[in-house]
Design a protein around this ligand. Structure first.
Ligand code: TMP
Length: 218
């Protein structure tokens, strides 16, 4: 474990991760005044990783083979881990990351029936091991999530490549996250994210408080 606190937010399209990341930052700033808090995202989080993101999230749904997608996701992640995440954790920051390795295991692995142990070994090759302390899976039915994501995409005219992959793909993504979460119950927390952002935030904070108390941090 690194000296900082590493929290990741995972889930399907429109599950509200980025809103939760901002709300968590505000809450942590009150709870631990003066402590460094880093909010970041994947794919992205460094200039080079954001350039790779542009390739991944724009254009036709089928423009890349899933293997290419996986390698680009992990290439972007390697930049992010080595240049942002590990240094921040070594500075004892609280890091809140919108998606991480579990997204690759699910979107490029389980949802395509691919071997996730091979994906894990590419991750190990790239940056040894870095595992979140807590991972929240914000769970919404894909129909609801896609509707939310579509509304946002129309407003911002942005990034819809993965949304176009169809409902049955997104159902497999949801099943994939639940499967991963059940395999590692000590790290994962599945949160019902069907309600408002405030309702989801309350559920997330409740779990973190319990976790911090268990770790003797508060
Ligand atoms: P975002 O919409 O949560 O910012 O993520 C962009 C898209 O990238 C989203 O549809 C999920 C996808 N993605 C993967 O397929 N694999 C990954 O490893 C990551 C980080 C994201």
């Amino acid at each position: 474990m690194m000296p900082g606190l590493f929290i990741t937010l995972e889930g399907g399209e429109g599950s509200g991760k980025s809103t939760q990341a901002s709300l968590l930052k505000l809450w942590f700033s009150d709870l631990f005044p003066g402590r460094e808090i880093v909010v970041t995202r994947e794919p992205g989080g460094t200039d080079q990783a954001e350039e790779i993101r542009e390739i991944l999230v724009n254009g036709a749904a089928d423009k890349l083979a899933v293997q290419t997608e996986a390698l680009l996701m992990i290439a972007a992640r390697t930049e992010h881990v080595l240049k942002v995440l590990k240094p921040a954790l070594m500075r004892e920051a609280i890091v809140i990351c919108d998606r991480f390795s579990d997204s690759t295991l699910v979107y490029q692995g389980l949802a395509h029936g691919k071997d996730i142990e091979l994906l894990r070994s590419i991750h190990r090759f790239c940056f040894a091991d870095l595992s979140p302390d807590i991972t929240f899976v914000l769970d919404v039915p894909p129909e609801q999530g896609l509707l939310r994501a579509e509304t946002r995409t129309k407003k911002q005219n942005s990034e819809s490549r993965f949304e176009q992959k169809g409902l049955s793909f997104h159902k497999s993504v949801r099943d994939g996250f639940i499967k991963l979460a059940k395999r590692e119950p000590n790290r994962f927390v599945i949160v019902d994210a069907r309600g408002t952002a405030e309702e989801t935030d309350e559920l997330v904070r409740k779990h973190i408080l319990t976790w911090l108390q268990e770790q003797g941090c508060i």
